[in-house]
Ligand binder design. Structure first.
Ligand code: ZN
Length: 500
């Protein structure tokens, strides 16, 4: 049955301020967009009352790590509940490959079609994954023969609909690849318009050099660059934002198509143990815990390393722990925990880690820079998170809250809502070459979100990360009403693999 969404304030994705309109969905497409007041043919049409609400194209998560999560969580609860209808997967150098449970891209597409996730999926080919498929030892540059093998796999994936190349040059094994090696792969993108996306080699002291490298690799490709989770990490690097923006502006003036994505948070989140410097960083979780539990010397040595180079303990927040007696510290900073225990923070840390491996959030980014980045017209909303089910709180709140937070912060900074929505919809659709997506226009796919823009907010925090976004009324994917907060994820999932 056709659906008419009547009387909502429409943000059509093109960037203008909202206007009142009726939108008719027929099958999986948008059939008509008409001004209000036109007679509504009621027979045989389901009418959705949009009065007092905003209607926009479904949001595009420009930086997702859902990848193989769909096979466990086809409802993509965390994404669809915040209005996401399409995800860009395969980021940071990692995409489904032959070593995984679902095979390479061909197998992934086949399984995805069988699974039918709630959202549409497009994916990059990951450079790191290519490397790991063809190289036995990975801590060296690839040989010409290995580059040839990687090219063959990548060429095949581009034919299957891969949307471009992503790299993670900060991570093993991408970090061992010189620029020329990445550029040799990116060269396959020439003439396709497909982007090169990168988790930069450095987001800290080496940020500017890493951006120069990214620009040069993108030039070797199709001339389209996507900077992943654009940030300046670490207090001493907060002042690098001006230079970083200038570099990218110059590249753009020079003809490169440059965009970035960002999650709207200043805390990263990972194991507390990741603060442990060398030589402790080489120990696996269990080995580190056992060592600290067994040896007072080891505890003292580790505490001494922290004392000589202390992290900001007021910005390290404990968010979860497998040890029941540590539950009392959840939501507290290490500085607060140390005070309560009447010990130095370093000592509190070794005590915690000797008992368990808690998860923590780290305030390593600048609030001011975040606001500024979210006002930039070339920055998309990207969660940097994989899809999760409701009830899974052991994640970063960005998993459930990226879209409302992105919208809220940019709006509070004075950006017009129509412009923000364009960066969450049509702009990424164009960048990633998603055919007939990202706008509310006759003939386009019926991916839509109906929401209350004044009350569109994230309820997720570092302790309760799985709270669904507030203000969402209904989300349609390919014409199917896929999510309503009152009835949950619909059984009629309608997401598709989008070949690019
Ligand atoms: Zn990344």
């Amino acid at each position: 049955m056709d659906t008419l969404i009547a009387g909502a304030k429409l943000y059509d994705g093109f960037g203008g301020s909202g206007r009142c309109a009726n939108v008719l969905l027929s099958g999986d497409r948008i059939a008509a967009v008409t001004p209000p007041g036109k007679k509504i043919p009621a027979a045989g049409i389901r009418v959705e009352d949009g009065r007092g609400l905003a209607l926009a194209p479904g949001f595009i998560d420009a930086h997702s790590h859902s990848d193989e999560n769909y096979f466990e969580t086809p409802g993509a609860d965390s994404k669809i509940s915040q209005g996401v209808t399409t995800e860009i997967c395969g980021n940071c150098g990692f995409s489904p490959d032959e070593r995984g449970d679902h095979g390479g891209l061909a197998g992934f597409i086949r399984h995805l079609k069988e699974t039918v996730p709630a959202v549409n999926v497009a994916t990059f080919t990951g450079f790191n994954s290519l490397r790991m498929q063809v190289m036995d030892s990975i801590d060296r540059p690839a040989t010409p023969a290995e580059i040839g093998q990687m090219k063959a796999i990548f060429a095949e994936e581009l034919k299957l609909g891969s949307l471009g190349l992503s790299s993670g040059l900060y991570y093993v094994s991408g970090k061992f690849a010189p620029e020329a090696e990445v550029a040799a792969l990116a060269a396959l993108l020439k003439g396709t318009g497909k982007p090169y996306a990168t988790h930069l080699r450095s987001e800290e002291a080496g940020l500017l050099d890493a951006l120069r490298e990214a620009i040069s690799i993108a030039r070797a490709g199709s001339g389209s660059l996507q900077v992943s989770h654009f940030k300046t990490m670490g207090t001493e690097n907060f002042n690098k934002l001006d230079d970083a923006i200038r570099l990218l502006d110059e590249a753009r003036a020079d003809g490169l198509r440059v965009h970035a994505d960002r999650y709207p948070y200043t805390y990263s989140s990972t194991g507390l143990r990741n603060l442990a410097p060398a030589p402790f960083d080489r120990l696996e979780d269990r080995a580190l815990q056992e060592k600290l539990a067994a040896s007072a010397d080891a505890c003292q040595k580790l505490a001494g390393l922290w004392r000589s180079n202390p992290p900001d303990w007021t910005k390290v927040l404990m968010v979860d722990s497998p040890a029941p007696e540590q539950a009392q510290w959840i939501g507290k900073t290490i500085a607060e925990i140390a005070e309560a225990l009447a010990v130095q923070p370093e000592k509190a840390m070794t005590r915690l880690l000797a008992r368990a491996m808690p998860r923590a959030a780290f305030g390593c980014m600048s609030e001011e820079n975040l606001k500024r980045i979210l006002t930039l017209d070339w920055v998309f909303a990207g969660s940097d998170a994989g899809c999760r089910a409701f009830g899974n709180a052991r994640v970063h709140p960005r998993a459930f809250g990226t879209m409302p937070e992105f919208f809220r912060i940019a709006r509070a900074a004075g950006v017009d809502p129509g412009r923000i929505i364009r960066r969450m919809t049509l702009d990424p659709a164009v960048k990633f070459q998603l055919d007939k997506r990202g706008a509310v226009k006759p003939g386009f796919h019926a991916d839509l979100v109906l929401f209350d823009e004044e009350n569109f907010a994230s309820a997720a925090d570092y302790i309760h990360a799985d709270r669904p976004a507030q203000g969402i009324r209904c989300v349609w994917v390919n014409g199917v009403a896929a999510y309503r907060p009152d009835t949950g994820i619909s059984s009629g999932r309608a997401g598709r693999f989008l070949a690019c």
